[in-house]
Design a protein around this ligand. Structure first.
Ligand code: HEM
Length: 174
């Protein structure tokens, strides 16, 4: 693990912990939510988080609005910031704030899942075709360039029977 990734993941842990704590303070009406350090620290952590994220993107040559998973992640970060602002500042009623806080946590979960799988649909099995995935990993190549790699190796690799049908009789012709 390179140290920028370490900083990024450390900031992820700090930002999630901080957001959960501030949500609890919001719900319980704690004066801690208005403390000076509580208002400043998240900006420091989030700036570092985003800067490290941008550096990682440069390192792996994958970018928002070029690679689907980073586009999804960046848009989700914007949604998280919006929901977070409603939850901790702008929400007019307690209910709106709590709903926005829960929504922001769900978005955070999505961001982490996208980061770990590098897939904009981390739970949708097979949502990305092998060719599209190959292109995601190697932008600049044709989505069809890797077709061969994903073709069954030969006749033996093709499914020879429908599921549930009786096993084929062994071919004994000399
Ligand atoms: C709330 C905001 C964010 C969260 C919670 C988050 C979360 C994560 C996590 C958990 C990882 C580690 C994935 C792993 O090693 O398996 C990661 C890696 C990464 N993140 Fe973020 N991230 C955020 C924002 C960003 C932003 C804004 C960018 C860039 C536009 C970014 C770019 C990256 C990149 C390039 C990696 C390395 C992925 C890899 O090498 O596989 N992140 N992020």
């Amino acid at each position: 693990m390179n140290w920028i990734l370490l900083v990024h993941v450390f900031c992820v842990i700090l930002t999630i912990t901080g957001f959960v704590l501030r949500g609890i303070w919001m719900m319980t009406g704690s004066p801690l939510l208005k403390a000076r350090w509580v208002r400043i620290a998240p900006h420091v952590v989030d700036t570092l988080l985003l800067a490290a994220g941008a550096d990682l993107a440069l390192q792996i040559h994958q970018y928002p609005f070029v690679n689907g998973w980073l586009t999804a992640k960046t848009l989700a970060v914007v949604a998280y910031i919006g929901l977070g602002t409603v939850a901790l500042k702008r929400g007019r009623t307690w209910r709106i704030r709590v709903a926005a806080w829960v929504g922001a946590l769900l978005v955070l979960g999505y961001i982490v899942a996208v980061a770990v799988t590098r897939d904009p649909l981390p739970l949708g099995q097979g949502s990305v075709t092998p060719a599209a995935h190959a292109q995601e990993q190697n932008p600049g190549t044709s989505p069809f360039a890797d077709r061969k790699r994903f073709r069954p190796a030969g006749p033996s690799a093709r499914p020879s029977q429908a599921p549930g049908s009786p096993a084929p009789v062994a071919d004994v012709t000399p």
